[in-house]
Design a protein around this ligand. Structure first.
Ligand code: ZN
Length: 208
């Protein structure tokens, strides 16, 4: 079958929070061969576009800058992957009822300080909100909303309790369980849930 190669944009964004969708850009995390979707700066901008962080013209501007300084763009995507893995370790520890490693919190706080330097409160209809998208001349501004999203989730004790990992340990995706009785077990019932159902059916038939 001549299947088109899956891009970072084809990944489902089911995490329920931007930071969780960002963490899920490494697929099959629980296997010996996880599938990486964040290879290049183009991947980072593509994901930012699909996840609603950056608009088309913003992405075009970023790519223009990135092409002029490929080494810097490369450093930024490596930093993005490092941040993603730090976030995964922090949230995964919390899911398991452990305290995150102090060095991970320190690394996250370093990123957060930088983000906060480029954040402000803006007036919107009916109130105020954070705008962490300033400094649009910088190649890594698209990470600011991800970092903010992680910070918000970490301090929201109510939501933090609802962060879960897919019951399929091979999948390893994280998500926010917003179901009323907190019964969501799979990142995607149609995918991981059905695969588990099919596997149970197969095992049962084999035993029979
Ligand atoms: Zn899953």
């Amino acid at each position: 079958m001549n299947e088109k190669k899956k891009t970072i944009c084809d990944l489902k964004r089911l995490g329920g929070r931007l930071c969780l969708d960002f963490i899920n850009t490494l697929d099959w995390r629980g296997t010996r061969q996880p599938v990486e979707y964040m290879h290049t700066y183009e991947d980072l901008t593509l994901w930012s576009r699909c996840a609603g962080v950056a608009g088309e013209s913003e992405v075009a501007a970023l790519l223009q800058t990135a092409w002029a300084d490929a080494a810097k763009a490369d450093r930024i995507v490596k930093g993005a992957v490092k941040l993603r893995e730090t976030l995964h370790r922090i949230f995964y520890a919390i899911i398991q009822g452990r305290a995150p490693a102090p060095r991970d919190l320190t690394a996250f706080n370093t990123s957060l300080s930088k983000t906060m330097k480029h954040s402000r409160i803006v007036a919107v209809k009916g109130g105020y909100m954070w705008d962490s998208n300033r400094d649009k001349g910088a190649l890594d501004w698209v990470l600011n909303p991800v970092i903010r999203s992680a910070a918000d989730l970490l301090v929201s004790s109510d939501e933090l309790k609802r962060v879960k990992t897919c019951l399929d340990t091979a999948c390893g995706w994280l998500f926010l369980d917003t179901s009323r009785n907190q019964s969501r077990r799979w990142c995607d019932m149609k995918f991981c849930g059905n695969r588990a159902k099919a596997s149970r059916f197969y095992q049962k038939r084999r035993r029979a």
